[in-house]
Structure formats: structure tokens, C-alpha cells
Write a new protein. Structure first.
Length: 135
């Protein structure tokens, strides 16, 4: 397990208390799990994601990540329509561990309410959350 200071928490992303990240990319938002989440899970062996076109509500479970240790649910940081799914994860789920903010992304959605992104945690607020969990 990584120490808090070893975790990569990019300042340009927004975060949830459930350890998902969200990045605005044009009119869509790319979503994945954080470095902390993948580190806690251990080696990811399977990722179950929704099909493109699926409608998500903010906070709704939209998939699961299975590791050698556990199965963890994924929760939508904001509501909208799934526009793309990272199909590479079917054959290479380890990308979630290797590059959680790049090749390990999970879905892209077109948000129903883009203002929901602003309500998510900033990088500093997410670091504060993690510091609280470490106590």
C-alpha cells in the first residue's frame, strides 16, 4: 500500500468520496477510479462497465471493478448518457493499476447537468478526505 504522499492526485481533476475521478473533455466527462482506489484494490482482474447509450443518475452504481482482493462498485460522479466505454479494459484490466488517470479510464459521459462537475471535490479536498481516512 502506498503512503498518502506517494499517491498521484492530479490537480486538474474532480473527485468523489467513493474514489472516482472526473475530467471535463469538451462536451463529455471522462471517469475512472483514483490512484488511491486502485492501490487499495490491488491487482485488477476484471472491469464490468455499462454499454454506450446507458443513462446514469448521479450516485448510481454503473459497474464494478474486480481485483484479487475484492469486488468494488463504481458510482457515477454525475448524471448523463454514457458516450464511450474503455473497451481496452476487457483484455487488459491491469491498465487500471498501471495508469488510472490515462489508459485505465472507464467511461465517458455527456453530462445532463454540467454544473454537477463543479460540486465534486477538488484535489485539495480529496487529499483532505484521504488524510481523514488514514487516521
Amino acid at each position: 500500500m502506498k503512503e498518502l504522499h506517494e499517491l498521484h492526485i492530479p490537480d486538474d481533476l474532480r473527485y468523489t468520496a467513493e474514489h472516482e475521478w472526473a475530467r471535463q473533455e469538451g462536451d463529455t466527462v471522462r471517469i475512472g477510479i483514483t490512484d488511491y482506489a486502485q492501490d487499495q484494490l490491488g491487482d485488477v482482474v476484471y472491469v464490468d462497465l455499462p454499454a454506450p447509450g446507458a443513462a446514469l443518475e448521479k450516485g448510481q452504481e454503473f459497474g464494478t471493478v474486480e481485483s484479487v482482493k475484492a469486488v468494488s462498485e463504481l458510482y457515477a460522479p454525475l448524471g448523463g448518457e454514457v458516450k464511450a466505454v474503455n473497451a481496452d479494459l476487457a483484455a487488459a484490466p491491469e491498465r487500471v493499476n498501471e495508469d488510472p488517470y490515462g489508459g485505465g479510464w472507464m467511461v465517458e459521459i455527456r453530462p445532463a447537468d454540467p454544473a454537477q462537475l463543479d460540486a465534486l471535490l477538488t484535489a485539495d479536498a480529496y487529499r483532505g478526505l484521504l488524510e481523514g481516512e488514514g487516521e
